[in-house]
Ligand binder design. Sequence first.
Ligand code: CTP
Length: 475
Amino acid sequence: MASITIRNLDKETKQALRKLAAENGHSMEEEARILLGNAKKTAKHKLISLALQKASIKQAESEEIELNLHDKRILLVIGGGIAAYKCLDLIRRLRERGASVRPVMTKAAHEFVTPLSVSAIANDKVFSELFDRDDEHDIGHIRLSRGADLIVVAPATADLMAKMAQGHANDLASTVLMATNKPVLIAPAMNPQMWSHPATQRNLTTLQSDGINFIGPNAGEMAESGEAGVGRMAEPMEILSAISNILVPGNPPKPLAGKRAIVTSGPTHEPIDPVRYIANRSSGKQGHAIAEALGRAGAEVILVSGPVNIANPEHAETIKVQTAREMKQAVETALPADIGVMVAAVADWRSVNQADEKMKKENDKGPSSLKLTENPDILKTLGYHENRPTLLIGFAAETEHLERYAKAKLKSKNADWIIANDVSPEGGVMGGDKNTVKRLTRTGIESWPRMNKQDVAQKLVDEIVNHFEVETIEV
Ligand code: CTP
């Protein structure tokens, strides 16, 4: 079984597939499955089938390179937390990449996810009992803990962390963790109050000094309504990255390999005369951080930047422009792209007549008025472009009515997501290092806690990776 991403198909194949799917009243995914299934029989659509098969092989090969966990044995300890459901996805992704997964569930984990689902997805028995008649005759807990290349604890509850830090061994999960001589990675998940509690923080320090590896927890909204903060379990893709970093060091995963991204960043400068211009306070820090995070995730990134005083990102090709019209042209030239992230604070207006010489004060006449005209809207242009990026993300800088204005921008500019940030002067976002944003999609809205701009960039890239992972279909 292989997987392909419809979005990775070349344009012609995609168009042909779209047409065929529409003719047959199927979705593109359904049509692709049917075509592949009938590939041998259906001479009429042979070309499309061949292209799909080629894409399927290419995709499988690139995933192989991207993250090869072939023959790696993971012992996954599932703790009792609401995030346990994410383990099903983690197991699937691990197995897709060639790893085998042997699940151990705590008693409490059974309350959140059924052993039957875990066992079906892992294709292995679920181990839960310390004194299992079938397994303990040959000291099964030692065998379990030694027969793995890595033990992953996800979700690691406050209780599991405490047990590990104190060296308890009163159930199978804690005993396996005590008995192991293999590396251990834990993905904590708990209520923010529990995470920040001094006891948990003490246990964290102990476990870190014991050589335990951590991934997360992330900041965000909790399952409990109205609760937000640090405590969310890391996403399966992040856990996968951490696993790969431990088991295949020097081979960081490139989940966006093969994807092309265009990012705009910084302000634009709209000249009035040779020495004056219209601009704004944007520093380019957020846009540059996003370009860098996309590049590190393996995407080919074109960063179109207005005038800024920060370094070009290492993992992107940077094109420097001054004005909105230059930015628009550079962005359109860089098309096509899978991902567009328009972060630039483009000046909305420019002067109608740019003076060739410095404008002089004219005594007694008072200041001359500037006649302005509107600049092109780059995000909107892309939103309705025939080569529209598959995933188009805009930013909305607002000083009031954040959600209302951001929603209106999502719609009017035909974007997929809007990252809305409050740029009121008291927040210090413009030019500062921190950002507090909300992510609006066509179906919902989520608030992210105040974070460094790098962390906002990384979180956005994680969401982008998840978006494209969901787009992948099995054939
Ligand atoms: N944007 C753009 N080109 C423009 C203006 C804005 O590409 N000429 C993009 C920005 O990069 C951002 C989004 O549109 O992704 C929203 O920008 P923002 O400045 O918040 O909104 P405006 O559309 O300029 O509207 P207003 O200034 O009235 O809030």
